[in-house]
Design a protein around this ligand. Sequence first.
Ligand SMILES: C[S@@+](CC[C@H](N)C(=O)[O-])C[C@H]1O[C@@H](n2cnc3c(N)ncnc32)[C@H](O)[C@@H]1O
Length: 382
Amino acid sequence: MNFIAKTSAGLEQVLSEELLSYNYKDIKILRRAVSFSGNLTDLYNANYCLRTALRILMPIAEFKAQSDIELYNNIYNIGWEKYFDYKKTIYIDASSYSNIFRHTGYVAQKTKDAIVDYFRNKFTIRPNVEKFNPDIVINLHIFENNVIVSLDSSGKPLNQRGYREHTGDAPLNEVIAAGLILISKWNKKSFFIDPMCGSGTIPIEAAYIATNTPSGYNRKSYSFMHWNSFNSKEWDFVKERANSEIIKSEAEIVCADINSSVIDIAFKNAKNAGFTDFIDFKIDDFFNSNSGKDSGTIIFNPPYGERLKIEDIYDFNKSIGNKLKNSYSGFKAGIILMKNDDAKSIGLKSSKKINIFNGPIECLYLEYELYQGSHKKINNVQ
Ligand SMILES: C[S@@+](CC[C@H](N)C(=O)[O-])C[C@H]1O[C@@H](n2cnc3c(N)ncnc32)[C@H](O)[C@@H]1O
């Protein structure tokens, strides 16, 4: 079976590396997605373990359609009772890049009509539509006249790990937080700090990674549990196998912020994830504190430029650069900024630059190797 793991733009490479680490076959990088092959057990594992996938789709039909009647007929003829029964609630998630099917809402409506009519004609009862918590999510992807129909095995996106009940003002998506840590190649053992942690997403994802805890460890449900094919024994097997890899970690992870109320939020989220013993929470101003370490990894997303005036962004980013130079030599630093924030004002030469979308916000991830000794050189120059 062929599957498609969807992700945020910019995380395709790191997702393909994750898939490779689980020995998945036929891995191919696509736009905001990576395809791979496997069986249903592999699908359960992908949902439970992948850190950088947003959802896993299982394509069930592909056809050409020139009109809404052709679309309707092809959807109608899929043989839906193979996949789920009429007692399940459904939702259609459609995207269309086509001159024939310009209105995504209309395409979703036609698809829903075809499925509902199919069940009603065959079983006299139809499934109901549920927008917020559907059992079955049907994904429709149209490119010109080519239509791919998939079952979304995840349902709610996989960044919803089950620990983040509370957020600060501008939370980072959990999948992106995990992606940045994996991109940084943090060794899972050395000192790790997010000095502007907000609701704690980056340190909590670091704790998941350091302990090999599956990304779905605290999540209760997935859409595949509502499929006819659901095999609870295989699902238990997948969870037990992944859970047996959980380790105690020696890493020291610090979650700091200037704002005490967001530290409370971060603490509650870490508690939900089961990591309060393992993460050190601190109320600290980044510019007036020191890690006290010679080396480690520092990853953070400073306040977004939307909340600061342009001239303030310049100064803020410049101060971040200076602080990194002066207090974090020996560290690897990763910063995610809004694309239009003035990244140049950080004033350091980046070793990696990746465009990433945090939801609809276009961001830039910058990585810096702050070599030991650069501090001295800079001081000598100044
Ligand atoms: C964009 S938010 C971080 C969001 C976080 N990654 C999350 O997932 O919730 C930026 C954070 O930087 C914090 N901050 C701003 N200035 C700071 C400073 N000088 N020192 C420490 N934290 C600061 C803010 O309080 C805010 O929580």
